[in-house]
Write a protein that binds this ligand. Structure first.
Ligand code: TYD
Ligand code: MG
Length: 452
């Protein structure tokens, strides 16, 4: 019988130690060490198939550029850099209920002339069928397998030889080689490594679904992120309509891409033009509304900030913000007070970014300030105006990156004027824009320009 050996593994970062320790020296977390029984892999059985590789010249290696599988979800393909690369291992992470299983099943059901194997350790065949009926499908080449044992998963995958394998979720998969429970660091690490080996040997891409804990880290190991080729994360509030899928790591494409989806009653619907959705199309002009041209990754879109300024009922005024950093809002209010002479200290200020989207791009500052001013004066901003600039502590309007893209997006959506920083004009901006560019230097200029 194989000799069992136990080690203590940090459940947060995956570092192991021969004895229990309270404070992890690697990630500095407390009480994360758990005993795990490991079986030493037999050196004569496991690795006997490993071939000795000899070095090759780069020119001798054939390039496989077009080996990508296209799914019916264009946003998903774009995020991966143009489809699923053969032999790649992709991790799809996100909080529970955000739509990981829905997304993965949607990919499996709508492949173009390709077969998929969807393996679930979380749902029964009936549940998956029910979900598939809801999403709707064209492809009848999707196999479903409810299994959690890695050896069976690999066996069935080799037997069916699908074009893509999806595993929902990596935390439910276990191997007999290791005695610790499914979801533990050593199980997840070992299973992911063997699936990686499978993907590379057979050139079949594997998509792993991974859960995220409440504090935002991947449940179990961070090591999983190092093993896989691509990490996609779902962001957003599951109570809101919109979900953002972001590439955090991508060996075959850019990481500055995002995909925007809407959870509908028929699964996740891709939103190819988010700007149109994120702006309200009221006919009347409303005060307290301003549109900003922002950027997420490299994707420009227009977003609406709504502000409400009212007299404070209690002694201390309230400041509340959704989708925008509250400390930044307080800073902008202080700038307005000091530099533009607005007495906001006795006012409640509420700020909301439409669509439940969180914006961290500083280019939204000018739009936020304009919305606050507009609500304070109860004077609507012309619907054909939009904003894109950062605001500094001394009230200066600061330049932002990729201004051309922002201006282009605003122009595409029919805006007539865009307010930007004067300093953005120092670098060359394309001159053939239809939209009127209004350069500003200080916050005082905005006040005199906007409401006259
Ligand atoms: P799910 O994919 O199960 O989330 P995860 O795998 O990330 O835990 O999706 C969860 C939510 O999506 C669930 O609350 C129900 C909702 N949903 C819809 O609104 N419409 C649909 O068509 C489907 C399939 C799910
Ligand atoms: Mg799920």
């Amino acid at each position: 019988m194989a000799k069992t050996k136990s080690i203590f593994v940090c459940q947060n970062c995956g570092v192991d130690s021969p004895k229990w320790i309270g404070h992890c020296p690697s990630c500095h977390e407390w009480n994360t060490y758990v005993e795990e029984i490991i079986e030493k892999p037999d050196p004569f059985s496991g690795n006997s198939t490993a071939k000795h590789q000899s070095p090759k010249l780069l020119t001798e290696i054939s390039s496989v550029s077009n080996n990508r599988i296209l799914t019916a979800t264009k946003e998903f393909d774009r995020l991966l850099g143009g489809g699923v690369v053969a032999g790649s291992l992709i991790l799809l992470g996100g909080e529970p209920g955000i739509g990981k299983s829905t997304m993965a099943l949607q990919v499996a059901l709508n492949l173009n002339n390709a077969t998929a194997l969807y393996i679930s350790g979380e749902e029964s065949e009936q549940q998956i069928k029910f979900r598939a009926d809801r999403i709707g499908y064209l492809n009848n080449q999707c196999y479903i397998l409810c299994e959690t044992k890695l050896e069976n998963i690999l066996l069935q995958s080799k037997k069916i030889k699908p074009d893509i394998v999806i595993i929902d979720s990596i935390q439910t998969v276990y191997t007999d080689r290791i005695e610790s429970s499914p979801g533990s660091v050593s199980q997840v690490r070992e299973c992911a490594n063997r699936l990686l080996k499978f993907a590379k040997e057979t050139s079949i891409p594997v998509i792993l679904i991974g859960h995220i804990t409440k504090d935002g880290s991947l449940a179990g190991p961070k090591v999983l992120e190092h093993i896989v080729d691509t990490v996609l994360y779902f962001e957003g509030d599951r109570n809101h309509l919109y979900r953002i899928l972001r590439a955090n790591k991508n060996r075959f494409g850019s990481t500055s891409e995002i995909g925007i989806f809407e959870m509908s009653d028929k699964g996740l619907r891709e939103i190819s033009n988010p700007s149109e959705l994120l702006i309200s199309h009221f006919n009347d002009s409303l005060s307290g509304v301003a549109i900003s041209a922002t950027l997420d990754g490299i994707r420009p879109f227009l977003i609406e900030s709504q502000a409400l300024v009212s007299s404070a009922v209690y002694g201390t005024p309230q400041r509340s913000s959704t989708g925008f950093d509250l400390r930044r809002l307080n800073m902008l209010l202080a700038v307005l007070e000091k530099r533009a002479g607005f007495k906001l200290a006795a006012k409640d200020v509420f700020l909301n970014i439409a669509g439940g989207i969180k914006v961290i791009d500083p280019a939204i500052d000018l739009g936020v300030i304009s919305a606050i001013l507009s609500s304070n004066l109860d004077f609507p901003i012309d619907k054909k105006k939009c904003f894109s600039a950062e605001v500094g502590l001394s009230g200066e309007i600061r330049p932002v990156s990729r201004i051309d893209q922002r201006i282009h997006e605003a122009e595409k959506l029919g805006f007539k004027k865009i307010y930007i920083s004067k300093y953005n004009l120092k670098r060359k901006i394309k001159t053939n824009h239809q939209i009127k560019i209004i350069p500003l230097e200080k916050i005082e200029n905005l006040v005199s320009n906007l409401f006259h």
